[in-house]
Design a protein around this ligand. Structure first.
Ligand SMILES: [Zn+2]
Ligand SMILES: [Zn+2]
Length: 253
């Protein structure tokens, strides 16, 4: 499986301002910066978008993405999210105020998007990948994703406070190759991490103890303002399989 961390800054300075990952070029996890991906032919290759939650760093470029790829006809991209996320997409993004209501404008013969509700822990098959949404603990209902093909499984665990269920499931996955795990705020800002329902390097490490397996762990969702401090604190954990996510890099699992 190929996983690319999409970039959102130009020139790229390593900061992950907006959140999107691309699996096998066709399945996107979150749409924070999917609509900024160039050349646009790469956006046209995306058939499925799985949204973890409604926050704008994960959904912000969804309207731009749909605008970029729309062509008249019945075929369209499928947007998957839990009902709370889809409610926000309908009511907050596509409400004619922030952006034209692409949901209302979608007719059977000319469709901008199809919204498909996800059920927690019910897998969805998309372009050869099986995507399992698992409940996380954030300020709005949020899911992490366990994504599998025939040879590898990769997990996206963001945005969240410490949680248990996803680790319970991941402990049992046979081909688990990597976990993309958030580390948003430095340890000194644990009060803000707690209030905004995120992890610090300290809670990042305690989450990995629950996993209790030797797999590659890629730290993501580092708040750009604190990136250097976060890298230092993550390095000080001295966990051999942990690395910091590189924007624009294509990971092969
Ligand atoms: Zn969030
Ligand atoms: Zn976020």
């Amino acid at each position: 499986m190929k996983v690319e961390i999409l970039g959102s800054a130009s020139p790229d300075d390593g900061g992950q301002f907006l959140i999107s990952y691309l699996c096998n070029d066709q399945v996107a996890i979150d749409a924070g910066c999917l609509g900024l991906l160039t050349p646009v032919s790469r956006q046209l290759a995306v058939n499925h978008v799985f949204l973890s939650h409604s926050h704008i760093d994960h959904t912000g470029s969804l309207p731009i993405f749909l605008d970029n790829i729309f062509a008249p006809g019945p075929d369209c991209v499928q947007i998957h999210g839990i009902p709370d996320t889809l409610d926000s997409v309908r009511g907050d993004l596509f409400n004619d105020r922030l952006w034209p209501d692409f949901v209302r404008l979608s007719q059977p013969t000319n469709r901008f998007l199809e919204l498909l509700p996800l059920e927690v822990e019910r897998p969805v098959v998309a372009d050869g990948l099986t995507v399992l949404p698992v409940e996380l603990r954030h300020v709005v209902p949020t899911v992490g994703f366990i994504v599998s093909d025939a040879n590898a499984t990769v997990a996206f665990v963001s945005d969240t406070l410490p949680s248990d269920r996803i680790w319970e499931l991941l402990r049992a996955v046979k081909n688990l190759k990597a976990v993309f795990l958030e580390a948003s705020f430095p340890n000194s800002m644990d009060w803000l991490a707690e209030a905004s329902a995120h992890l610090t390097p300290r809670t990042f490490a305690s989450e990995l103890k629950k996993l209790n397996r030797e797999v590659d762990v890629i730290a993501v969702h580092l708040k750009p303002r604190y990136r250097q401090t976060l890298i230092q604190e993550l390095t000080e954990l001295k966990l051999p399989r942990v690395s910091v996510g590189e924007i624009g890099r294509v990971y092969h699992f």
